[in-house]
Design a protein around this ligand. Structure first.
Ligand SMILES: [Zn+2]
Ligand SMILES: [Zn+2]
Length: 209
């Protein structure tokens, strides 16, 4: 078994090159059914790598958050490492989504170039943190009982984490007038009081960031 010491490849942690996104999208290699099988990977000596795209229907949760306008592109690399006396699989990569989001302040749609870096360790088996309270919880380590990781799940999870909590079209978006509903970015409406009967009154309770 050929195992890599994670400390010896420390310098590579930051140097996994960002792929050329346009090329990945143009090649259109569909990653929907691609899985990373940890059971198989721990017997490999060289890194496993995959690159391609995911259509929006492979990413249902991300699709709920916004409109995915071009296939999501991803580059994923995985390699076995020996860490704290145990076999792990170190997974890293880059992913990118072209989104159209709705501004929480003015409700206008705006484009969002969403990118995320992947950096995680995986192990095969049941999570010992659940079995034993003595085991310390490791933040970046995830246990997979069957040892199988779906690439689309990995990519979707990272992109969801990278999404802004309160998406705004521009950082200084003035939003809508709570009385008349006018877009205050375009024209100040002159309203002074907040009318309770306005159809936009509900926006008064909106949690703006
Ligand atoms: Zn806005
Ligand atoms: Zn107004």
């Amino acid at each position: 078994m050929n195992v890599v010491d994670p400390w010896r490849i420390e310098e590579e942690r930051t140097s996994l090159p960002t792929p050329r996104w346009e090329e990945l999208v143009a090649e259109a290699r569909d990653l929907t059914a691609v899985i990373l099988d940890l059971n198989h990977l721990i017997h490999r000596s060289n890194p496993w790598q995959t690159a391609g795209v995911l259509p929006s229907d492979a990413l249902p949760e991300l699709s709920k958050a916004g409109q995915i306008t071009t296939p999501v592109a991803a580059l994923i690399e995985a390699r076995p490492v020996w860490q704290e006396g145990r076999m792990r699989v170190w997974v890293r990569g880059h992913c990118r989504a072209d989104m159209v989001m709705t501004c929480v302040r003015c409700l206008a749609d705006f484009p969002l170039d969403l990118t995320a870096s992947i950096q995680a360790y995986y192990a095969v088996g049941a999570d010992p943190a659940i079995q034993s309270r003595q085991w310390h919880i490791e933040e970046d380590l995830e246990f997979l009982t069957d040892g199988v990781l779906k690439i689309r799940h990995l990519v979707e999870e990272e992109l969801l984490l990278a999404l802004p909590m309160h998406p705004v079209c521009v950082s200084g978006c003035a939003g809508l007038c709570s009385a008349c509903g006018a877009d205050l970015n375009r024209n100040p409406c002159g309203c002074r009081v907040q009318a309770s009967g306005s159809p936009f009154a509900v926006l008064k309770n909106w949690q703006f960031s």
